[in-house]
Design a protein around this ligand. Structure first.
Ligand SMILES: *[C@@H]1O[C@H](CO)[C@@H](O)[C@H](O)[C@H]1NC(C)=O
Ligand SMILES: CC(=O)N[C@H]1CO[C@H](CO)[C@@H](O)[C@@H]1O
Length: 453
């Protein structure tokens, strides 16, 4: 996979997206920036029809041609609550073959062989495809540096922790430099999974062995956010490049604010509002919803809630009528977190949300669900000091009241805001054009992609 392989000249780059969660959006944002910077390159973007519909409508792109690959679902498959994992497993089964076919179609329709592969880092098999095709493989990791490092150290971690022992999982990870305030129980569940053969765990396990062979590994982050972790990743991966925050480096036109969230925020005092969102795919169980509603009602703190579901049915009437808050089905999160009225962000801790909170300088209150979210939020709380968790890790009325008081109205809250303000400054500095580290890394990436084809 060396970048110096003699190749027939082609300007065609194939991009292979992971069509779940918030993976395809950042990848397309990156590709749009590459395409703007090197107009002679031609990109084929391969993902499922469903994922594409949403990302292509929100991220304007010319010169990028979209190709749909099958979703692997049986004919007439019925989607439903709690089926996300199954849908993902069905997609992964045979994904490699479907992508190969998609690339053949792309090469023939574009009339040009593929000279470079860019993919989601999950797709270890793209490394093997690239090797076969004698082209470069650039992998984008869409979470933060710590989740990436723990996946790369999966074998080491499993040597130190007895996966069947709760006690062992609750010990600090002293054997990993920089992880003494993190426990095994905070890691993505796949790292300590008893079943390495389940499709998603298997994918991540193989990824940890294949990524060091990639021509370049990209991350939507900035070097200064966690220097100690950066150095470890930089020494185990080739051309490891921080090219984030992508929303600052390559801003999209602002999304429409159909529910007038920003206007509503304009009429609130500075740092007073708690913004609540658990991402596009997750929702709280009913008893936690009630507890959160009760806490908001009692605190009288103004809130803006991006709510998936039906608030009339799922939330107490007294909260809906309290007049203290605004509940909307969708919100322009990046813009909201940059608004001066927002003083706290209650979040599930997905990496894009954590980054947007840092970019806006807003302290977080974490309620993690799965995957990398616990590790992201433990890092927010214990390493960066830019947020707090909830007592017990889930929503209770007293826990929320305590967390809100801490963040919005205490000396510790002031310190938390100062710390997130420092990271905010570093994030914007990294993305400054030409001088920032992420901007320089982007230029390196451009060289790697153009040199490899
Ligand atoms: C990353 O490692 C390379 C050597 O492999 C070194 O030249 C480079 O300065 C390092 N980059 C950063 C930002 O630490
Ligand atoms: C995985 C993903 O992002 N799916 C989205 C694809 O687009 C449709 C609408 O166009 C959304 O409803 C899906 O959530």
């Amino acid at each position: 996979m060396s970048a110096s392989n003699p190749q027939p000249t082609t300007n065609h780059v194939a991009v292979l997206a992971f069509p779940f969660g918030s993976h395809a959006g950042p990848l397309l944002t990156l590709v749009r920036k590459l395409s703007d910077a090197a107009p002679h390159l031609r990109f084929s973007f391969l993902s499922t029809a469903k994922s594409n519909d949403s990302v292509f409508s929100s991220i304007g792109v010319d010169r990028v041609k979209r190709f749909d690959v099958g979703d692997g679902l049986p004919e007439g498959y019925v989607y439903g609550q709690g089926k996300q994992l199954k849908v993902m497993e069905l997609f992964l089964e045979g994904a490699e073959e479907r992508f190969k076919k998609g690339m053949e179609t792309a090469a023939s329709e574009m009339g040009e062989e593929i000279g470079c592969l860019i993919s989601d880092a999950f797709y270890w098999f793209v490394g093997e495809m690239a090797e076969e095709m004698k082209v470069g493989w650039v992998a984008l990791w869409t979470s933060g540096p710590r989740p990436l490092l723990v996946h790369l150290c999966m074998d080491l971690i499993r040597k130190h922790i007895d996966i069947n022992s709760c006690e062992s999982r609750e010990k600090p990870l002293e054997f990993l430099p920089g992880f003494s305030s993190i426990q095994g129980a905070d890691l993505p569940e796949e790292i300590l999974s008893p079943n390495l053969d389940s499709p998603f765990t298997n994918l991540l396990n193989k990824m940890s062995h294949h990524l060091p062979k990639a021509t370049s590994v990209l991350i939507n982050s900035f070097e200064q956010i966690d220097s100690q972790i950066h150095d470890q990743l930089n020494s185990s991966l080739q051309n490891y490049l921080n090219i984030g925050p992508l929303t600052v480096l390559s801003p999209s036109p602002p999304p429409s604010d159909d529910h007038n969230c920003l206007l509503w925020l304009d009429n609130q005092p500075p740092n007073s509002v708690v913004y609540i969102s658990f991402g596009g795919f997750l929702s709280l169980p009913p008893h936690e919803l009630t507890a959160l509603a009760d806490a908001l009602q009692e605190s009288q703190i103004p809130f803006l809630w991006s709510f998936r579901g039906n608030p009339e049915e799922e939330l107490p009437k007294r909260l809906l009528e309290s007049g203290k808050g605004k509940i909307v089905p969708w919100a322009p999160q990046g813009q909201i977190l940059m608004h001066s009225s927002v003083g706290a962000f209650m979040t599930h801790g997905g990496w894009n949300s954590v980054l947007e909170s840092i970019v806006g300088g807003v302290p977080m209150i974490g309620r993690p669900f799965l995957g990398d979210q616990r590790l992201n939020l433990k890092t927010v709380e214990n390493v960066w000091g830019i947020g707090v968790g909830l007592e017990g890790g889930f929503v209770t009325k007293s826990g929320v009241l305590k967390a809100l008081g801490l963040v919005l109205d205490s000396e510790k809250g002031k310190l938390t805001r100062e710390k997130v303000e420092i990271l905010r400054g570093l994030a914007h500095k990294a993305a400054e054009s030409t001088t920032g580290s992420s901007s320089r890394n982007f230029i390196r990436l451009l060289e790697i992609v153009t040199r490899s084809i």
